[in-house]
Design a protein around this ligand. Sequence first.
Ligand code: NAD
Ligand code: TDX
Length: 337
Amino acid sequence: MKQDERRILVTGGAGFIGSNFVNFVMSQRPNWRIVNLDALTYAGNLANLTDVSDNPNYEFIHGDIRDRQAVVKALSGCDSVVHFAAESHVDRSIADASPFVSTNVLGTQVMLDACREVGTIERFVHIGTDEVYGDLPLDRPDLLFTEQTPLKPSSPYSASKAAADLLALSFQQTFDLPVMVTRCSNNFGPKQFPEKVIPLFVTNLIDSLKVPLYGDGLNVRDWLHVTDHCEAVLGVLERGRVGEVYNIGGNNERSNVDLTHTILELLGCSKDMIQPVEDRLGHDRRYAIDSSKIKAELGWQPTRSAWPDALAETINWYKANESWWRPLKEKAAQGVA
Ligand code: NAD
Ligand code: TDX
């Protein structure tokens, strides 16, 4: 396969990270062809792809990763797969685990089996999450997740993602399918569905609504700009070693209460806008990623995640793109009781 002739099947390319990835790759690798297979669930949005929709190297297929025939058809002529499609919101998985098991576990199995069937796939990047490692205690800032950390997922979402990672790696071991797995920390940036904490809080505050902070607000997340994530995934696709897992993080740990204060400050709002609410069930305390492997092997570095400037830029995107998020707010409110 020549680098400049690559043809990739991207799954979930109408979602937050998938659409940023499609746009990023089409700008960085203009000769590549991208087929985007997406079921357009509540989280999928073709408005995320208007910049590429007329590009002759881009094709959208409306289909479900659990539909083997549709996947086999979409794979026709492809040499690579980047598998983003998933149910992605922890709170929804607590309300109802079944779509998570169905799409994340069974859907991934269908993807893997379909790739075996077509026999043309030379690279398969499975997009995982740092949440598969469970959580770290707040009083041990020295501890980080490495690729060797045992999997200990806490939520139905992260359990389904752990199952998918293991299935993907088993297909490499058993059938020589050329699988690589990435495990990334929390992403932020444009086009994130307004059920996730940053776009939810920013869009609430634009509408003068309070922001629901779970529990004591001391839970810590490691924030990475979505384009830094996309660059890491492209690196793994092109140069990652088959059978390997790559952790991807921003080295940018923030407690939820600190994150909230920064958002309030950047939007000129007072701390009275915080509404403390009941904690999430099983709420992971802290995620923190050791990215030294991908840095050493692939020379990747986050360059767009500097805090608080990158957060301010993201907030400005939501301020400037109200027509993008306003129709989604109602859908977000319907998601979790
Ligand atoms: P998202 O919810 O914004 O998008 C998911 C996309 O997948 C949507 O376009 C949806 O329509 C599509 N999809 C869902 N079920 C499908 C199915 N059965 N068949 C075909 N398409 C389907 O998710 P996201 O935040 O962009 O996350 C993308 C991937 O990255 C997921 O695998 C997620 O686990 C992983 N991830 C996300 C983050 C984060 O911070 N958002 C961090 C690490 C890893
Ligand atoms: O209303 C809220 N209030 C609140 O305090 C919401 C929605 C969240 N939170 C807290 C919970 C978390 O500690 O903010 C933190 C971030 O929450 P989410 O945005 O829901 O993200 P998280 O649960 O950390 O998971 C995200 O990162 C890892 C993505 O949704 C996953 O898909 C990814 O794998």
